[in-house]
Design a protein around this ligand. Sequence first.
Ligand code: SF4
Length: 474
Amino acid sequence: MAKSLSPLELYNLLPKINCGKCGEANCLSFATKLVNLEVEVEKCTPLVEEGRYRENYFKIKEVLKPPVKEVLITRGGRVVRIGGEYVLYRHEFTYRRPTAIAVDVSDNMSPDSLIDRVKQVESLSYPYIGKELKLDLIAVRSVAGDPENFRRTVRIVLDNSNLPIVLCSLNPDVLRAGLAEMPGDSPLIYAATVDNWNRMAELALAYDCPLVVSAPNNPVALKSLVKTMLECGLEDLVLDPGCMGGEGIYDTIVNFTMLRKAVFRANDSLLGFPLLGAPMSVWLEKGRALDRKWEECYLASMLIVRYADILIMHSLDGWVLLPLLILRDNIYTDPRKPVSVKPGLYKIGAPNENSPVMFTTNFALTYYTVSSDIQAAKVDAFLIVVDTEGLSVTSAVAGRKLTADKVAEAIKESGIKNLVKHRFLIIPGRASKLSGEIEEATGWKVLVGPLDSSEISKFLSENWYGKKLWEVGS
Ligand code: SF4
């Protein structure tokens, strides 16, 4: 629950007229969803539109404001949201905005290699439990320090990708040249330092862009810069406490941790902004490229766990980026809600009346593992997904969320009886103790499948196709 609020506190600020315009039955139910951040307050149109509720609308906005400000990086219709967090630890509520991952390009690259790299960033995609894991942004770095050169590079990137952008240079003139190519967009600009803060503040205000404030390994200077920027009228800030590899990893992790703890444990609102890490800094060290990639990968993974809201990477290898995407996905799932798929009948391939019928549970990881193992076996099959409230087979059997009666009900609702002429049901090996009860409850002959779905191919060739069970009937 956001900031330990009670629904009643919010209910008292709502119109309390139970008009239903928000889609909820009454104001209390809307307040409960508000507290859990399941709806936007703007769904209560009377609150937003009627002058007499205006004061309460702003009070609710204030009450629901996250301790870590949410910052938007936009390009066309695409938005990357960073920050917006309500808790220090995920189990206290949930983390909301997954760490955005940018990969760098630079203005000293040839046009061909620039386009090639941009396309690699854009196309990197990995299917994972029903989702496509992808990179979020491109960071355009100025190496040459020449505004015209930077402008040309930004133009090429924009022409070859739709991803939102981070513009990186410590020279405001260089950044201005890049910004001129992006009217109407809000790229993240990197970075204001103790040396250039006044011109960077002017630039961020003029182009209405979020701005990174950077003070490597110096949290005191960082806080002082933030104060100055807020006094200049900037609101959308991102903090860069420095990202050091090698011997500096300890300081890096401590800085990130202390900054975020200062927000949640000491209510330090000056530090309540998203944190940026640039693990690509390890490439400044000498040594083998392979070592740099390893270091970049483990530094980035530590920062995903330790509160980084946005990362800038250099490596484009799958073995560096895919573990990060999966780690991020796992940390940013809502611990209150098991990741599940819709129960029901799924057809894999083009099953017919002789095809095997199996079942599994609706825990997303279980479903996608089983279905991809069936696909890998090149088998046409029916897969019935039983509603176990998002639990895996082992947990569901132990917790009585998977029972013979539930399987019988799922079989009935699926209509499978009319789709196959046999009556054999292959059950997961981990549900073997239910085999007798399932036979009794369903009237189907049970075949206990393998403990691990990777054995499905072997199991079916020996026990289904080898024995031509469909010809036996039931
Ligand atoms: S729209 Fe607002 S006033 Fe109407 S029921 Fe929903 S919360 Fe209550």
